[in-house]
Write a protein that binds this ligand. Structure first.
Ligand SMILES: Nc1nc2c(ncn2[C@@H]2O[C@H](COP(=O)(O)OP(=O)(O)OP(=O)(O)O)[C@@H](O)[C@H]2O)c(=O)[nH]1
Length: 447
């Protein structure tokens, strides 16, 4: 599963450095705060957040700062981030998205949106998601203009073993009539519509008519994360013709500045349901406002990190690893296994992005990634005995290992130093786990 690696990179870096330089000033006045909020508004605009949305968010934050007497607080930085986070969450969610897909009764879902926004791919991703929830799903293409789109949906449906209604005719109403007949017996019918622009009045009228006839339970607007400032205009265009009930943002794995996320939620007033995070059919993530707000403010996203560990490594492996750690035994083989797990989960850089303060440690973590690969090579060129008892490593053994791994003896010494540091840390954790937990909680701000 890919995560929102890029979406907030720019926004986060800019916001965090602005807030940090504001805090560094020591005593701050209302004027300083106004300048900071103006800076933040500009950063939001640079990140493609629409003007209305940026102004609204800043006005809300300003009100909250006044209400809470921010300037009189002893820890202005923490309080400001808290306000910012709460306002972002309010802007992004009313909690409705959490209930999506759990509804009892038949669902019929229309996916609508501009051309190329990812509707067909998302239809298949959603079908897979709903199938995994135990629902029977039928996919239907309502795109009579592009036969390739029907073929594309059919192929995707085969990939995930979901039924697809194949209609070879040319008239959209015939497809719809036949599909309504075929759809009996399925829990969910997912309709993929033809991509259209809101300025194409004929097409919009046609989709509107179809919506009236089928009366779908959900009309989901599929938008490309990269649409930036135009997100407001495009989503308003669709809202004029149909009652959108939720949105999905695709291509959030691409190098976008993320503004569309805030803009679309604000404009439609309807829940953001999912993010498309890649081209594969598994690359669909449920939207979680808390996680997104935490990532934007560089406050870490431990829930997503935990989910990622569970999905990649499995609960049994995590439990086994934790037990071993708490027993205080830590060998070089365990160290290499941890490095392999970090790689499996996407590498040190990706994992660090889930921790608080990630944006300020990006360069450091990049360096660490190379060191970890070196360490794996060094341990691989050791004998079993050396891995279990590194104390036996004398000068000649170190030279042999360094040669085998293609590194210097200094690198071998650095690994041993790091390993020894980690071993004593783990011994400390195992002798007092409660104290360790307390430190972790305070690091994560969950005192
Ligand atoms: N990287 C990435 N690519 C995606 C994502 N979703 C869709 N795509 C790609 O975007 C391109 C267009 O996707 P489609 O699903 O064909 O888009 P569409 O909206 O159905 O297109 P039309 O029917 O022509 O309007 C394809 O190459 C997809 O693989 C995503 O979340 N991430």
């Amino acid at each position: 599963m890919r995560f929102l690696l890029f979406v907030f990179k720019f926004l986060t870096t800019q916001l965090v450095s602005s807030i940090a330089s504001f805090i560094k000033r020591g005593k701050v006045s209302q004027g300083d705060l106004d300048v900071l909020l103006l800076d933040i508004e500009n950063i939001l605009l640079e990140c493609d957040v629409a003007l209305d949305v940026a102004e609204y968010l800043i006005a809300q934050i300003k009100n909250k700062c006044l209400e809470s007497n921010l300037l009189k607080k002893s820890d202005i930085a923490t309080e400001l981030r808290k306000i910012f986070r709460e306002e972002l969450i309010l802007l992004l969610s009313d909690g409705e998205e959490r209930k999506w897909g759990q509804r009892v009764g038949k669902m019929s879902i229309f996916l609508v949106g501009p051309q190329g926004s990812g509707k067909t791919t998302t239809a298949a991703k959603l079908a897979l998601y709903l199938k995994n929830l135990g629902k029977s799903v039928l996919l239907v293409s309502l795109d009579v203009y592009r036969p390739a789109a029907r073929e594309q949906l059919n192929l995707l449906a085969k990939d995930i073993s979901v039924d697809c209604f194949e209609y070879k005719g040319r008239y959209i109403h015939d497809i719809e009539n036949n599909a309504t007949e075929k759809s009996k017996g399925y829990d969910v019918v997912l309709y993929d519509t033809a991509g259209c622009s809101s300025s194409d009045i004929d097409m919009m009228n046609e989709i509107q008519k179809l919506c009236r006839r089928v009366c779908p339970t959900d009309i989901i607007f599929v938008a490309d994360s990269m649409m930036g400032q135009s997100a407001v205009k495009v989503s308003k265009g669709f809202l004029d013709y149909m009652n959108i009930t939720g949105s999905i943002l695709t291509k959030s794995d691409s190098d976008t500045r993320g503004g569309a996320i805030l803009s679309i939620r604000y404009t439609t007033g309807k829940p953001l349901l999912f993010f498309g995070t890649g081209e594969k059919l598994q690359d669909l993530e449920k939207f979680n406002a808390d996680s997104v707000a935490a990532r934007i403010l560089d406050m870490g996203d431990i829930d997503s990190l935990w989910q990622k560990a569970q999905n990649t490594l499995g609960n049994n492996a995590i439990e086994k690893g934790t037990k071993k750690l708490l027993s205080g035994v830590f060998t070089l083989e365990d160290y290499v296994e941890h490095i392999a797990n970090i790689k499996k989960m996407g590498g040190a850089k990706k994992l660090a992005s889930f921790l608080p303060g990630a944006s300020s440690r990006a360069a450091e973590v990049s360096l660490e990634e190379g060191i970890l690969s070196k360490h794996t090579a060094i341990v691989s060129s050791m004998t079993k005995k050396e891995r279990v008892s590194p104390a036996i490593l004398n000068a000649s053994r170190k030279r042999r290992i360094a040669e085998g791994a293609g590194v210097s003896v200094r690198d071998v010494n650095q690994l041993l130093e790091k390993f020894s540091h980690m071993s004593s840390l783990i011994k400390n954790i195992s002798s007092n786990p409660a104290h360790f937990l307390k430190n972790v909680q305070s690091f994560l701000g969950k005192k």
